[in-house]
Design a protein around this ligand. Structure first.
Ligand SMILES: Nc1nc2c(c(=O)[nH]1)N[C@H]1C(S)=C(S)[C@@H](COP(=O)(O)OP(=O)(O)OC[C@H]3O[C@@H](n4cnc5c(=O)[nH]c(N)nc54)[C@H](O)[C@@H]3O)O[C@H]1N2
Ligand SMILES: Nc1nc2c(c(=O)[nH]1)N[C@H]1C(S)=C(S)[C@@H](COP(=O)(O)OP(=O)(O)OC[C@H]3O[C@@H](n4cnc5c(=O)[nH]c(N)nc54)[C@H](O)[C@@H]3O)O[C@H]1N2
Ligand SMILES: [Mo]
Length: 741
């Protein structure tokens, strides 16, 4: 029975008997009688960087968050949360939270002392003014932010920086940029079908995604498609929980996906199963692609490249081409490679040539930003009068600025996927101060040993966070930030089409402030010390700022009068069709689906979705460090409830490979490569290939020195620079060796 039903329909005693005590905060378990009327109910939204962006109902009593459930109104969330979501009550009240502004006397010493907000702001503001005076600009102030909290008002962090002047920004994304560029070349945008329409698919290929862990709510649509007769194929170098639910599992050699897709395409071509109407009426360059396949690709070649038997490639290709509709979910994991963008283009081509683009239940599903048309009021802030910024070479003093250039200043941008190198390389002025918010570079960025060196060159690091993670340990000042339950915001998804409001359900604990309020506090101090030096308002009402993000476009898209309608429950976009590209009007230069993209060629890649070799191995084993069920990056794994299930990290290894190294189950091992080393215990499993080591990325809390980034370098993916401003990162093109520790 779903929790939703018993909350609504059962007697109090019956509900209390069923309510798992895990959902009660300690001390309330004795208060057995459950009566929903005794709670204040709030609308929240999970703001993590996740496909599911769940709509949450939160139950508060005596000002304390008691438990959470998925909002029943959303047919996507459908009353349920993921394992992480159910642990949310542990987060605001965690004893490990950063409670007050604190200053560390010497980085990594752990000698933290509590200071007042005023003292902290004073130190920060004085340093900013010093940089400006010494450098003549604020480009020495760097800001790195990514996906700790995707609530729209949290773009106020960028807004704060703009309100101070032109700064140095870490741009790009480690998630998905190679695939975004690929889909832009092919179709003119990244735009996926409504995931809820996957129930209509007759054939589903989950290609390098692990929704059983990373998008649990989408699994029910895949399962429903299966119940209605669809076949589900999972392609992943790891036998994941998603693979366990499929009908067919392929374990290809990592980074061989392009070859596999092209091999399937060749077979479809040979069998005459190409959708003529699509390739003739709605596509550009199909004949050239077909020529490429005939000249360069055979099924046997694809089998050799991927390790998947030729007969199986033929079988799945034929089934895919004849099922109607058929769909492929292109995962972000499979494009985190030096050939990731090229591979995504080959898979898109497979979906297109079989006529599955623009079709309900079909589609090359990757992601979308159709529901993100907010005002970005918090984001867009004006620089103070007279601010000096970046104008390319001019900023380096190589030539005098013309009047025009003076009004054309911008922020200086560096690649977020090369954080360490960017800090080390940036000159004139060097980055001397760093503001970190919604981001844990030491846990999530690449080449941790190099990052340590880079941070050591910085004169001041300020981190805004909820927990004492390794980035905080490498900071001088930490500022306590609210959790989602303590602030107002609004959340959209890059996968489904629901919109949720996030109400303030409880008062901020300790001395936590929201990102926006922190901005206001800094602005107050800046203006006290140097009037006019910061344009951000010095008082900010979070609820008002949330409301300012709405506009008529959002109201119309979601069929709401104003944001208050969302207090009754989340709303879904009114879609003309559940299929992206349903009108066959593509955003490419030709207006068609482009098998041949000249833009792609102009950007230094191949015009056709040709095969691109993967990164050359530089060590004994392939190292994969994908996402875990018990956390999202460095969040959740540190919470007490999670630790009950997931006490320590493991290295997963095939028994045969282990035998060759004299390693037995649960041995302590050392994994090492040119970047660094990491120790952990080993678990032997044939879920991973013999040539592969698997370690899930995670942060186990203060005191644990486990960090996969000791082993992962910052090699770039092939694509990403076009739309994200910097290339993606080849997270899964890593290699390492292992021995007993
Ligand atoms: N080896 C390896 N590395 C990876 C990946 C991988 O698969 N393998 N995946 C990559 C991917 S896809 C991603 S998206 C990145 C994620 O990298 P990050 O975006 O850094 O990820 P998180 O750990 O989710 O969040 C960062 C911090 O934000 C804090 N935070 C939460 N809420 C708030 C808030 O409201 N305000 C502020 N100021 N802070 C808040 C959290 O406590 C956390 O410390 O990691 C990348 N790195
Ligand atoms: N529980 C949980 N949910 C999450 C997250 C989380 O950390 N935890 N993170 C969120 C974020 S930020 C993101 S970006 C998404 C990521 O969502 P996914 O894309 O589903 O997740 P990943 O774990 O990055 O990668 C998925 C799979 O890609 C496989 N893979 C790696 N290389 C290859 C390859 O060469 N070919 C093929 N075919 N497969 C390959 C990996 O083995 C892995 O099983 O999930 C979001 N949801
Ligand atoms: Mo991500």
């Amino acid at each position: 029975m779903s929790r939703r039903r018993f909350l609504k329909g059962m007697t109090a005693a019956g509900a209390a008997a069923m309510l798992p005590c895990r959902l009660l905060v300690p001390g309330t378990a004795q208060a057995a009688a459950f009566n929903p009327d005794e709670f204040q109910v709030f609308r929240n939204a999970c703001p993590r960087n996740c496909y599911d962006t769940c709509s949450i109902k939160s139950y508060v009593k005596d000002g304390v968050l008691q438990f959470v459930e998925g909002a029943p109104e959303s047919t996507f969330t459908d009353g349920g949360l993921c394992v992480k979501g159910y642990s949310y009550t542990r987060r605001p009240y965690s004893p490990d939270r950063v409670k007050y502004p604190m200053v560390q006397d010497g980085r990594r010493t752990g000698k933290w002392r509590r200071v007042s907000w005023d003292e902290a702001m004073d130190m920060i503001a004085k340093k900013i003014l010093e940089l400006k005076k010494q450098d003549g600009s604020l480009l020495g102030l760097g800001m790195t932010k990514y996906s700790g909290n995707f609530g729209i008002t949290n773009y106020g962090v960028e807004g704060l920086m703009s309100s101070l002047g032109y700064t140095t920004r870490f741009v790009g994304t480690p998630c998905w940029p190679a695939g975004i560029d690929a889909q832009n070349y092919d179709m003119g945008n990244m735009w996926c079908n409504d995931p809820e329409d996957m129930v209509k698919a007759r054939y589903v290929i989950v290609w390098g995604a692990n929704p059983a862990w990373c998008s649990v709510h989408t699994m029910k649509f895949i399962q429903e498609a299966k119940r209605r007769g669809a076949k589900v194929v999972v392609i992943d170098p790891v036998f994941t929980q998603t693979a366990a639910k499929g009908d067919v599992y392929w374990q290809p050699k990592t980074a061989s996906d392009g070859a596999l897709a092209l091999g399937m395409a060749r077979h479809i071509l040979d069998k005459g199963l190409v959708n003529k109407d699509f390739v003739e009426s709605h596509a550009h360059g199909f004949n050239e692609f077909a020529d490429y396949l005939r000249k360069n690709v055979t099924v046997e070649w694809a089998a050799e490249q991927s390790g998947i038997p030729a007969q199986e490639i033929r079988e799945v290709a034929e089934e895919f081409a004849t099922a109607d509709p058929a769909t492929i979910w292109i995962g972000y994991g499979m494009q985190r490679h030096t050939n990731g963008g090229a591979s995504v283009r080959s898979i898109d081509a497979l979906v297109a040539m079989t006529g599955n683009i623009g079709k309900e239940g079909g589609g090359a599903r990757y992601g979308h930003l159709q529901t993100w048309g907010f005002n970005y009021n918090a984001f867009i802030q004006k620089q103070p009068e007279g601010s000096v910024g970046f104008v390319g070479a001019a900023a380096k003093g190589e030539f005098d600025l013309t009047a025009d250039q003076k009004t054309n200043y911008s922020d200086r941008t560096v690649n977020i996927n090369k954080t360490a190198q960017a800090i080390l390389d940036t000159k004139d002025p060097a980055i001397r101060m760093l503001w970190v918010s919604c981001k844990n570079p030491f846990g999530q960025d690449f080449d941790r040993p190099k990052l340590q060196k880079a941070f050591d060159t910085l004169e001041m690091v300020v981190t805004v966070d909820q927990f004492f993670n390794e980035t905080v340990a490498n900071s001088d000042i930490v500022l306590p930030v609210t959790t989602l339950f303590e602030e107002w915001t609004v959340n959209a998804s890059y996968w489904h089409y629901w919109l949720s409001i996030n109400e303030q359900a409880i008062k901020p604990l300790h001395e936590a402030k929201s990102n926006l309020e922190i901005g206001a506090a800094l602005s107050k101090k800046m203006n006290e010390l140097s009037p006019g030096s910061c344009t951000l308002p010095t008082e900010i009402d979070g609820k008002e700022w949330m409301a300012k993000e709405f506009n008529q476009g959002i109201h119309d898209l979601f069929g709401i009068n104003d944001w208050t309608d969302l207090q009754k429950g989340p709303a879904k976009a009114k879609l003309a069709s559940s299929a992206s590209w349903h009108d066959m009007k593509f955003g490419t230069p030709s207006g068609k689906y482009e098998f041949r993209s000249d833009l792609c060629a102009e950007h230094g890649h191949k015009a056709l979705p040709e095969f691109k070799e993967g990164r050359k191995s530089y060590d004994k084993f392939r190292l994969l460090t994908p996402h875990t069920k018990f956390g999202i990056h460095s969040q959740f794994v540190n919470l007490d409830w999670m630790k009950e299930y997931n006490k320590e990290p493991f290295v997963y290894m095939h028994p045969k490979a282990a035998a060759g190294k004299g390693i037995t189950d649960l041995d302590m091992v050392r994994v090492f490569n040119k970047v660094g080393e990491q120790k952990a215990r080993v678990k032997l499993t044939d879920n991973v290939a013999e040539d592969c080591l698997l370690i899930y990325e995670a942060w186990f809390g203060r005191g644990s020195d486990f960090n996969v980034q000791n082993l992962v370098d910052d090699e770039s993916a092939d694509m990403g620079a076009y739309k994200a401003g910097a290339p993606g990162v080849a997270i899964h093109d890593q290699f390492a060796d292992i021995e007993r520790a």
